[in-house]
Design a protein around this ligand. Sequence first.
Ligand code: HEM
Length: 434
Amino acid sequence: MPKPSVPVPGFLKRWATSLVVRRIRKKGIDLSSIGFLPEGTKVPLQREGTDPLPQIAEWREHEPMRKLDLPFDFTAYLVTGYEETRQILTDRNSYSNDIRHLFSGDGPATADDVGGLGFTDPPLHTRLRKIITPEFTMRRLARLEPMIEGIVDRQLDELEKAAAENGGVADLAQHLAFPIPFQTICDLLGLDYDDRETFAGLGSARFDATNGAAAAFGAVSAQREFLFDAVARQRVEPGPGLIGQILRDEGDAISDFDLAGLADGVFTGGFETTAGMIALGTIVLLRDPAYAALARDGSTEDVDRVVEELLRYLAVVQVAFPRFAKADMELFGTQVKAGDVVLASLAGANRDPKSAGERPDGFDPYRVPESGHLAFGHGIHRCIGAELARMELRVVYPKLLKRFPELALAQPESELAFRQLSFVFGVEELPVTL
Ligand code: HEM
């Protein structure tokens, strides 16, 4: 018998909403410690192994706009289909990404929110995005490729050393998946080596829950302060990376505060996502020697195929940034009110047969999809770091599998510590033998 639903009082909804929003702002969008969410609403952030839960496919077919029974101050809908998701992400006029009205109501968003660009609307979003776009063109990114190769080689040495010191087993997440995007973003931003040491300490505190939530929150604001200091120092002597280049191009037109916010957004957007892809992608490739062989010995095109299919199949950013309806409207047959939230399941959209084609739940590097995947989103908020992420993944998988052709998981996949309820899916530890 389904339980009768008890109405939640308004003040409790407002409290719950502000709690979640504060957490999203401070903790990098991980809801795992918010235990009060009703079971059905956790579905878009949960997995069975690396697969979305079966409900996602069911809703995609029968409930294109699934109302989520959230105890918050707003009504939320989940879309799980490819066409619906694409339509929402493309429509730049009907939705706002600004979450600040939920808890304060004071003015427009600035870049100091977690994710920076992701939580801002035009015209501020347009202005800020235009400032960092030149740093993400293929020409500017090309300078990072040799650096990424060097980083990967160094971390493979570290992995080997760790295994030698630990009876043949090493944690691939700790020695490879996290350090690669971390070092890459430091190079991209142009942080010098002393800065990196400090920054690394803050980074690990941020993602390490063992010291308690308060320590993690402290590390987040410390990280922003640290970037603010780095910007202030580079204003006097601009460095070789993104921070220095923007200071040279924009001068006083951009404040230290706005630039630190942008840098923080780049870090938040590029770190956990790429780390998740490196670790999870390795797990998938080790499932079948034919996949590993394709990534190890295949041509450049083969490696590209493997990377694109891993991006589609894993969809590590499980749900796009929340979109708030700006006005009352009808959406896929449902009456939506201004202020309602629409969540788009990228994991659901990527497994839609309408986009992926046959056997959407299988991993198949030779897939000929009906249309491009949405792992990087779509529209004005589409991932600005997509080409950088691809570059890292195209370097890391072949190098890893060439260096250690006997690479294997040290424990069964079903026993791995996959993330629970995080917007960015991943695995905390990945013990392997070399
Ligand atoms: C495989 C790795 C990555 C994945 C799967 C990924 C995925 C995404 C997705 C889905 C969005 C858009 C969400 C939406 O529209 O609601 C996004 C936005 C963003 N990503 Fe990535 N990302 C990755 C790597 C990176 C990297 C390497 C960087 C930078 C170094 C980065 C920086 C950003 C930023 C700044 C935004 C906000 C863009 C905007 O709102 O205009 N991401 N990412």
